[in-house]
Ligand binder design. Structure first.
Ligand SMILES: Nc1ncnc2c1ncn2[C@@H]1O[C@H](COP(=O)(O)OP(=O)(O)OP(=O)(O)O)[C@@H](O)[C@H]1O
Ligand SMILES: [Mg+2]
Length: 308
């Protein structure tokens, strides 16, 4: 299937001379949820804004649904819903009118059934007649999403959708994105929160200083880079790891009260059984055993450090 969003050799240098994007290549498949993960200033908003046709590329091309976002701006833009990083809403307008108006801007005919569907999907139906200024910050974010969905886009861009949103609402928002996927919407979101990418993304793109460092399926990324460790607590601390065990690459914890063994959880033979046998043969008694799999956060921190 052709990609719904295709970014080829995209460069962006701002007027100031700052190179915000360097030769970015990225294909996004219809129906997926892609998280764009990167620290402040990495180029996330620049990339999203360029795909949405708001920022002009310096070179390279972007197509959405096969339409070039520069040459064929209107056709491309019609397929796109954008929730910007900054909250921009008319304080005195009601929720429902805000969303209606947004649909009108795209020249779409009135469709009250669609507006109702979107407001219900975002749990805003009961608030439809409230003025924006009466809503909490989290509710306002939902209104922004409702606005972005008002013209039935196929691709939704969420720039930091849960910045400043509490844990509860953040989880609601993840549910919203998941529901949207079920209705066929492709979602690209930027985030600083690794747990967010971990919770909802199908694929993760890591961006740093305008470079895409990697784009990979989340589960594969965690498999590939996530090392697994086993920690064996000993009944008596040891000064040295016995030779037969040290050979296996097992290390002593700092205080000698435990043994630590890193292994590849995908390997046919992890060596754990043999290690436990050796332990017994050496007369070492264990009191406890725990395993640890590195999470996305550790992977990400490692990546950023290696590329600093
Ligand atoms: N209009 C502009 N003119 C010059 N430089 C800009 C402009 N907009 C952004 N930049 C610079 O480009 C870089 C990338 O900015 P961008 O907003 O894309 O980062 P970001 O990844 O979205 O960061 P954040 O996580 O803080 O939102 C930053 O160094 C920023 O200062
Ligand atoms: Mg940003």
């Amino acid at each position: 299937m052709p990609a719904i969003v295709s970014v080829k050799d995209l460069n962006k240098t701002y007027k100031s001379g700052f190179e915000a994007l360097r030769k970015v290549n990225l294909d996004i498949e219809e129906g997926e949820i892609l998280a764009l993960l990167g620290p402040n200033g990495a180029g996330k908003t620049t990339l999203i804004s360029t795909i949405c046709g708001i920022v002009m590329p310096s070179s390279g091309t972007v197509t959405v649904g096969g339409h070039d976002v520069v040459r064929d701006f209107r056709a491309a833009r019609e397929l796109i819903g954008l929730v910007p990083q900054e909250l921009t809403l008319e304080a005195f307008e009601t929720v429902i009118n805000t969303v209606r108006f947004s649909r009108g801007l795209f020249g779409k005919p009135k469709d009250e059934a669609h507006i109702e569907k979107v407001l219900r999907q975002l749990s805003l139906w009961d608030k439809r007649d409230s003025k924006i200024m009466m809503l909490s910050g989290g509710m306002k974010r939902r209104v922004l999403i409702a606005k972005a969905l008002s013209h039935e886009p196929r691709v939704l861009f969420l720039d930091e959708p849960t910045a400043g949103v509490d844990v509860e609402l953040r989880k609601d928002m993840w549910q919203v994105v998941d529901d949207l996927r079920a209705s066929g919407v492709t979602t690209i979101l930027t985030t600083h929160y690794i747990e967010e990418a971990e919770a909802i993304a199908d694929r993760i793109a890591v961006i740093l200083k305008g470079d895409i460092l990697l784009v990979e399926r989340k589960d594969e990324l965690m498999e590939r880079m996530g090392k697994k460790q086993i920690r064996i607590e000993l009944s008596h601390p040891i000064k040295e790891v016995p030779e037969s065990i040290a050979q296996r690459g097992v290390q002593r914890s700092e205080d000698g009260s435990a043994l630590i063994y890193s292994y590849d959880s995908r390997a046919e033979r992890t060596g754990i059984t043999a290690l436990l046998n050796d332990l017994q043969a050496e007369g070492l008694q264990m009191t406890d055993l725990s395993t640890h799999q590195s999470n996305l956060e550790e992977i990400f921190v490692g990546l950023v450090k290696d590329n600093a």
